[in-house]
Ligand binder design. Structure first.
Ligand code: ADA
Length: 537
């Protein structure tokens, strides 16, 4: 947190730029797409190993420490880190070259129906570490015959050139356990697995989002050399036939798609606005949010944990054609995004489903193979959550056998001039004919656009009145429909979009389907949604 020196490529002018922040928030860079360098002086008071972690740099970062390149990272939405060994006491220079331009090097950040901002858009942190440190601790809650246990998987890294012994101690929910001694090989890592049993714990759910602190302490020859504090919870989410169950009870999911963005701030959404968004969604009666179309800031996920908001988190992709998916960087960039999303967000109890590849080429054999590969990757990392993807390939999708949950984006009344009742009936019949009706189904997107303040008694498209009409008609059909496990309205708030491609045709270059505008000013549809989502409360 703070001000860094900033200079755009090819410019001699130096600025002060806020981190975390988007350069588009500065009057001179409102629509700047290109490269820039952030620089900051660091003062280290004793010789040590430094670990630098960046929670999000949009969209490509190259980090230099005293002019030496330490790490390259692509994708704005997942954390990455690097270690600088044996840093001497005194002043040092940290610089980050950031690039938010579109090119073949970027398969996922492309001109789209959301805006790719530029900057060190999420927090950056610095910590001193020893030669042996904890990379992550994953906690998987397991309930057997009413008794709660936990599977622990920790990754311990050795950055020295000699083998090091260690033991891991875990304290959580009044219990303490210690691993056997493990030797971590030089310049390598070890995975430590442990099982724990717990008594008298309170489960996590939307009404009572009970959280616990897990403390991991790493010992080397009896000396404490590192620790890690994680927040965990006791809840199980499973697919039970055609339903999604939380702690054994059938879930009804009702919520919003939410882009990470706030008016002129861009994608570095302030913490207070994150909380306001959750307050407004809960005020409307929502119990869920979909992180369309990328992994979210962990601060927002922390709030969802604490407030009992269910989360569909997904990897970064929106509307990529087969040609886009054939970009030579696509598969590696998706793989890295999924690895980083799950490694960093694994313990959030609010995340109940992993999604991938929103409206990509799931209607082609080559596309299907890529979906298949990504679902296999997710299952290799986490078997405790179901998977899904949102399709728009109605009547032609050939990949719906792959996910645990079928999800459809439907815009009857906006893009498709057919009644929601008729359109939904056709969709259900199609899913039944292809044998995809044997698993839970979610309407992952439905909605209509309205310009904030646009009122017209004839209810034309783009008026708030028409948005009410379309949402009302859809909610009458979808709300607690027997075929459905949940619905996500598109979308919570208006958001900026690219000017390239057809997106320039979006009124004011925004996606205006929010129930509130980008300043969180409610449209008429706010009360419509609230009427439906709260009527059973
Ligand atoms: C698609 C897409 C969303 C948004 C929406 C719209 O379903 O998944 O990101 O672009 O359409 O507003 O048209």
């Amino acid at each position: 947190m703070g001000l860094w020196n900033f200079r755009a490529e090819g410019s001699e002018k130096e600025y002060k730029m806020a981190v975390p922040g988007c350069w588009e928030a500065h009057p001179d860079f409102l629509s700047y797409r290109g490269k820039a360098t952030y620089t900051k002086k660091l003062y280290i008071n004793e010789s040590c190993n430094l670990r630098l972690e960046f929670k999000g740099v949009s969209h490509t970062a190259d980090v230099y420490f005293d002019g030496i390149h330490t790490v390259h990272h692509y994708n704005a939405y997942t954390p990455f880190s690097c270690v600088v060994k044996s840093v001497s006491p005194g002043e040092h220079t940290l610089s980050v070259k950031v690039d938010n331009s579109f090119s073949e090097a970027s398969a996922l950040h492309i001109p789209n129906d959301y805006y790719t901002y530029g900057g060190i858009v999420r927090p950056a942190l610095l910590e001193q570490i020893g030669d042996l440190y904890i990379k992550y601790i994953h906690f998987t809650p397991v309930c057997e015959n009413g008794a709660w246990g936990g599977k622990i998987e920790a990754k311990v890294e050795n950055i020295s050139s000699y083998p090091l012994p260690c033991k891991l101690q875990i304290k959580a929910a009044g219990k303490c356990a210690q691993s056997e001694e493990v030797i971590v090989m030089p310049n390598s890592y070890a995975i430590i697995k442990m099982n724990m049993q717990f008594e008298n714990v309170n489960v996590w759910d939307c009404e009572s989002p009970n959280m616990y602190t897990l403390t991991g302490i790493l010992f080397n020859k009896g000396h404490e050399i590192d620790d890690m504090i994680e927040r965990i919870a006791f809840r199980e989410v499973k697919v039970c036939g055609k339903h999604i169950c939380l702690n054994g009870s059938r879930l009804w999911i009702q919520g919003f798609n939410r882009h990470e963005e706030y008016a002129d701030i861009g994608c570095s959404v302030p913490f207070a606005v994150m909380e306001k968004d959750i307050d407004m969604m809960k005020d409307m009666g929502a119990n869920a949010v979909r992180t369309c179309h990328y992994p979210n800031d962990e601060l927002f996920l922390d709030l969802c944990d604490e407030r009992g908001m269910l989360v569909w988190e997904e990897n970064h992709a929106r509307g990529l054609s087969l040609k886009d998916m054939q970009n030579p960087n696509f598969e590696r960039q998706c793989k890295d995004c999924i690895d980083e999303m799950i490694e960093n967000h694994y313990n959030h109890p609010s995340i109940i489903i992993w999604g991938i590849l929103n409206e990509c080429s799931s209607d082609t054999n080559e596309g299907r193979e890529m979906y298949k590969k990504q679902f296999e990757q997710i299952k290799s990392l986490d078997t405790s959550r179901p998977t899904t993807f949102a399709t728009c390939k109605h009547f032609s999708d050939i990949s719906l056998d792959l996910p645990d949950v079928v999800s459809c984006n439907l815009y009857f009344g906006w893009y498709d001039n057919i009644s929601c009742e008729k359109g939904f009936k056709k969709e259900i019949e199609w899913l039944k004919n292809i044998g995809a009706d044997n698993k839970p189904m979610i309407i992952s997107e439905f909605g209509a656009a309205a310009l904030y303040g646009c009122h017209d008694p004839s209810h034309p498209k783009w008026s708030e009145e028409r948005q009410v009409d379309i949402l009302e008609e859809s909610l009458k059909i979808y709300y607690k429909n027997e075929h459905l496990s949940g619905i996500f309205i598109w979308q919570f708030a208006d958001c900026r979009v690219s000017e390239e491609k057809w997106f320039y045709s979006r009124a004011r270059c925004h996606n205006n389907k929010g129930v509130v505008d980008e300043y969180r000013r409610p449209k008429m549809s706010y009360e419509t949604v609230k009427r439906f989502f709260t009527k059973d409360i």
